[in-house]
Design a protein around this ligand. Structure first.
Ligand code: FAD
Length: 417
C-alpha cells in the first residue's frame, strides 16, 4: 500500500485544526487531519465554557489597575491564581503580557481581532447547518452577574464602550435577573445580559460533528504524533499509527502543544498557557439554568451543558504539564451551590485544560517564515471555540492566495521578531 499523500496535513484536531481543514477542503485542497487521539475535539476544545463570544470585542488583557494587580498578587482571588513554584518560569512572559496590555496596545489587539470576532458566529452557523447539528447551537446569549455596585458600574462602562462597536447588551436589575433565571439565589447588584453570543452545549461534540463533516466530504483523519513531523524535499512527512503521511504543506494547529513542533524547528514564539478547570454537576430537582451565567465577582461560570451543569474556573498560571491543583474549583463549588440548586458531581475528577496564549492575546496565523510549506494557526487564548472557524477561513484564504477577509498582518509570527 502506498503512503497516503495529500495537499495539506493539518496537525491537531481541536476546533482550530478541524475548522482550518474544512476551509481548506472547501477550497479544493485534499487534506489529512492528524491528532494523537482517535477522535477530534478531545482536549481544550472539549472543556471550555461553550460560548461563541461574538460580543467579546475587548480581549482579556493584564489588568493595569494597581489595586486589582495587588489583589491578584496575594494569590487568593478565584479569578486568577498562580503557582508560586512556576512563577520564575512565568515572570518574563507575564512581563510581556503586561507590556502588551497598555491601553494603546490593548486597543490595537482588539481592533485587529474585531473582524474575526464579528465573523465568528456567522462561520459557525454555516458549518453547523452543513454538519446538520442545529441542536448544538443555542441562541440564549449569556449573563454576567455582579455582586458589587463598583464592578457593575465598570461593566456598564465596558458595555457602553462595546456598543460603539455594534455590540448589544442589556443591564438587568435583581427583578430582571429573577425573570430570566428564576433558580438563582444571591445578593446581586445587577447583571449584563449579552444576547448575541451563541452557546454550544457540547463543545467537544461540535468539533466531532465538524470532523465528521470533513470526513463525509472526503477528508482523511489519521492518528499520529505531530512531533514526528519532518521536512523532506518539497513535502512534509509524519509517522502515523498506520504508516507515513505525506503532504506538500503542513499546518500547526496544536493549541497549547504547538511548541512541540515549532520549537524544534527553531522558532522562538512566546506561547504560554492560562490553565482552567471544569466539573459537571447535576441540577437538583427540576431546576433549570437557561443561560450560561458568569458569577463575575466570585470568578466562575455555570454553563448548562448536555452532560450537566458545567462549572468552569478562571485562570491558573502554571506550567502546562504541571499536576492539577484545582484550588479555584474547590473555592468556587460552595459559591456555586449557593447560587444555583446543584446536586452531585457527575465527573469522577475535575477536567484540566490550557488556553494557548500569546502576550498580545492574538493568535498566530500565517506562514512559517523559514520553512516552505509550513503554516501556523494557534494561540486562540480565551476564544478558540469562538474563533476556530473564522481563523480557519483566514488561514485557508492565505494558503490558497485568495484575498483575506481580514488584515492578516497583526497575526503574523514575525511580530515577535
Ligand atoms: C476553562 C476554559 C474555558 C474556556 N471557555 C471558552 C469559551 O467559552 N469560548 C471560547 O471561545 N473559548 C473558550 N476557551 C478557550 C478554548 O477552549 C481554546 O482557545 C480552544 O479550545 C483552543 O483550540 P485548539 O484547537 O487550538 O486547541 P485544542 O482543542 O487543545 O486542540 C489541539 C489538538 O492537538 C492535539 N495534539 C496535541 N499534541 C499532539 C501531538 N503530539 N500529536 C498529535 N496531536 C496532538 C490534541 O490532541 C488536540 O486535539 C476556554 C478554555 C478553557 C481552558
Amino acid at each position: 500500500m502506498g503512503e497516503p499523500k495529500a495537499d495539506v496535513l493539518v496537525l491537531g484536531a481541536g476546533m482550530v485544526g478541524v475548522s482550518a481543514a474544512l476551509h481548506l477542503q472547501q477550497r479544493g485542497r485534499d487534506v489529512i487531519l492528524v491528532d494523537r487521539h482517535e477522535l477530534a475535539g478531545e482536549e481544550t476544545s472539549h472543556g471550555n465554557g461553550g460560548l461563541i463570544e461574538c460580543a467579546s470585542v475587548f480581549p482579556y488583557m493584564f489588568p493595569r489597575d494597581v489595586r486589582e494587580i495587588l489583589r491578584y498578587a496575594i494569590n487568593s482571588t478565584p479569578q486568577v491564581r498562580y503557582s508560586v513554584a512556576d512563577l520564575p518560569a512565568f515572570l518574563p512572559w507575564l512581563m510581556r503580557y503586561y507590556l502588551a496590555s497598555s491601553p494603546e496596545r490593548a486597543l490595537h489587539s482588539a481592533l485587529a481581532a474585531l473582524p474575526l470576532i464579528r465573523r465568528s458566529l456567522l462561520e459557525h452557523e454555516a458549518l453547523i447547518a452543513e454538519a446538520g447539528v442545529p441542536e448544538l447551537l443555542r441562541r440564549t446569549g449569556w449573563i454576567k452577574l455582579f455582586r458589587s455596585d463598583a464592578t457593575l458600574a465598570k461593566a456598564i462602562a465596558d458595555l457602553e464602550r462595546a456598543r460603539q462597536y455594534g455590540v448589544a447588551g442589556e443591564v438587568l436589575d435583581a427583578k430582571a435577573i429573577a425573570a430570566r433565571e428564576p433558580n438563582l439565589t444571591g445578593d446581586f447588584a445587577g447583571a449584563v445580559h449579552w444576547p448575541a453570543p451563541g452557546f454550544v452545549p457540547d463543545p467537544g461534540g461540535l468539533a466531532k460533528a465538524y470532523a465528521a463533516l470533513f470526513e463525509r466530504k472526503g477528508g482523511r483523519f489519521r492518528v499520529g504524533d505531530a512531533r514526528t513531523l519532518q521536512q523532506g524535499s518539497g513535502e512534509w512527512r509524519l509517522t502515523g499509527t498506520d504508516g507515513a503521511i505525506v503532504a506538500r504543506e503542513a499546518v500547526v494547529a496544536l493549541g497549547p502543544w504547538s511548541d512541540l513542533v515549532f520549537a524544534p524547528l527553531g522558532y522562538s514564539i512566546p506561547l504560554s498557557v492560562k490553565r482552567g478547570y471544569h466539573l459537571h454537576l447535576a441540577p437538583r430537582g427540576n431546576a433549570v439554568l437557561h443561560h450560561p451565567v458568569l458569577d463575575a465577582d466570585l470568578g466562575y461560570l455555570l454553563a448548562p451543558m448536555n452532560r450537566g451543569i458545567r462549572l468552569t474556573t478562571g485562570v491558573e498560571f502554571a506550567r502546562r504539564d504541571a499536576p492539577p491543583t484545582p484550588i479555584q474549583l474547590q473555592q468556587a463549588l460552595p459559591r456555586a451551590h449557593k447560587l444555583f440548586p446543584l446536586g452531585e458531581a457527575i465527573d469522577a475528577k475535575p477536567w484540566l485544560g490550557a488556553r494557548p496564549c500569546l502576550p498580545d492575546m492574538l493568535p498566530v496565523i500565517g506562514r512559517a517564515p523559514r520553512h516552505a510549506g509550513l503554516w501556523f494557526d494557534f494561540g486562540h487564548q480565551h476564544h478558540g471555540l469562538t474563533l476556530g472557524p473564522a481563523t480557519g477561513r483566514l488561514l485557508a484564504e492565505l494558503m490558497t492566495g485568495e484575498t483575506p477577509f481580514a488584515d492578516p498582518g497583526p497575526f503574523a509570527v514575525e511580530r515577535f521578531g
